[in-house]
Design a binder for this molecule. Structure first.
Ligand code: GDP
Length: 399
């Protein structure tokens, strides 16, 4: 039979939902809820190590989208800042933790003892940062991490400084060539010390430039499948592609969220002959706002990091659910602006999931309405995220 890519796959998990739905929609919804809760609890622990002054704390803050002056920021710029193991939870995803680890030289432990000291078992991977060439200590640590069957990635930090210095000193300055030479030198240095590895050139002040996007992709690809979305949602919006991929990750869950609405307490929408589960819509909309960095706190952090005033960022936002406290009242108000036509169109798209999840007939309208509403929210949030991203970088936001 020819492939039918558009037809949803009946996964093991979906069969379980179907079975549960046969017993009753409450059982079906409980099964879905269990799955969604599990997803929110997936832990990701990232160890950031390197010598004092290498730029670890600055990287930790940038990764979490936190300004270094922020209350929850890792302290930067002082030689003694990192002598202990310090966890920094992601401000939006407490299940994601970046660990600012002391440099191996600071602790005076040999590599194996160092790994025991930092309790290496819990880390999903390590990032070894250096602002210069990688040292003997860095290499020893990498080898030991490998021995422990864990992954490591070399990051050469402060690339903006290097580029500025090269521009000042070279008559025929060419950024691409300078970067290629730096990358080659780092890789060669590591090879000579017996560790053939890729090196990612990163500036924590400009994460969207150079190799950070490639590092993010590599990390995501090399993580176990169930942790990939956890990383994806936690990284800042460094390019339009990331925003699109976040949208796809959310989109893949809409059928489950809509499946939950099968048992939700439905509230009739004034003027429309349909009812929706307001609490469910509120909860999912909050997830979208946070995931795209469009909640008030994330926008404030972005304004601090980018130097673009909050009011300018807000000016390009169109979603009535962004940058505000999303309440049931607000949700109801937003929903009543929808028309019957806009709500029924999406029903067709959502209908294909009904047999796969075993949604009972009585819940079909609720399912399709929720499906449609969430798609509309998601599209608007993703478009807003693209405009805010461009605004923060001073790019044209008119398209
Ligand atoms: P740590 O001791 O490894 O945690 O290093 P810090 O993060 O405290 O950074 C040491 C100094 O380097 C601070 O003054 C940072 O502002 C600076 N720094 C860190 N990363 C970068 C970067 O990507 N570019 C530039 N220009 N400076 C950086």
């Amino acid at each position: 039979m020819a492939d039918q890519p558009d037809v949803p796959q009946n996964t093991e998990f979906e069969k379980e939902i179907q079975e549960a739905m046969k017993k009753g929609s409450a059982q079906g919804a409980a099964k879905i809820q269990e799955y969604l809760d599990q997803q929110d609890k997936i832990q990701l622990h990232i160890g950031i190590t390197g010598e004092a002054g290498a730029g670890k704390s600055t990287f930790v803050n940038a990764f979490r989208g936190v300004d270094h002056r922020d209350e929850g920021a890792a302290p930067t710029g002082c030689v003694e800042t990192t002598t202990v193991v310090t966890p920094y939870a992601h401000p939006n995803y407490p299940n994601v933790t970046l660990w600012d680890l002391p440099g191996i030289g600071t602790t005076k432990f040999p590599a194996d003892k160092y790994l025991k000291h930092v309790e290496f078992e819990k880390f999903d991977f390590f990032i070894i940062i250096s602002a210069t060439r990688f040292t003997e200590n860095d290499v020893k640590l990498a080898k030991e991490i490998q021995k422990m069957k864990k992954k490591f990635y070399f990051v050469r930090s402060k690339i903006d400084n290097d580029l500025n210095a090269a521009e000042r000193s070279q008559r025929d300055f060419n950024a691409e060539k300078t970067l290629a030479t730096m990358r080659e030198n780092c890789i060669q240095g590591l090879q000579e010390q017996g560790v053939p590895a890729t090196v990612f050139l990163v500036s924590s002040f400009y994460l969207h430039l150079h190799d950070f996007p490639l590092l993010q992709q590599t990390l995501e690809r090399q993580l176990p499948a169930h942790k990939r979305d956890t990383l994806l949602l936690a990284v800042p919006n460094i390019n339009l592609e990331i925003i699109n991929r976040k949208k796809k990750a959310f989109q893949a869950k809409i059928k489950y969220d809509a499946g939950l609405s099968a048992v939700g307490a439905a509230v009739p929408l004034p003027g429309l002959s349909i009812a929706v589960d307001l609490s469910l819509l509120v909860n999912v909309a909050i997830k979208y706002a946070v995931g795209f960095g469009l909640d008030k706190l994330s926008l404030e952090r972005l304004a601090a990091i980018s130097g673009v005033p909050l009011s300018d960022l807000m000016a390009v936002i169109k979603s009535p659910l962004a940058a505000v406290k999303i309440t049931r009242d607000l949700m109801l108000k937003v929903l009543t602006t929808f028309t019957i036509t806009s709500l029924s169109m999406m029903a067709e798209e959502g209908l294909k999931y009904i047999p796969f999840l075993g949604i009972p007939v009585a819940a079909i309208i609720s399912f399709t309405t929720t499906y449609k509403c969430l798609n509309m929210f998601l599209n608007t949030f993703a478009d807003d995220a693209q405009r805010v991203f461009k605004k923060a970088l001073g790019l044209d936001t008119s398209v």
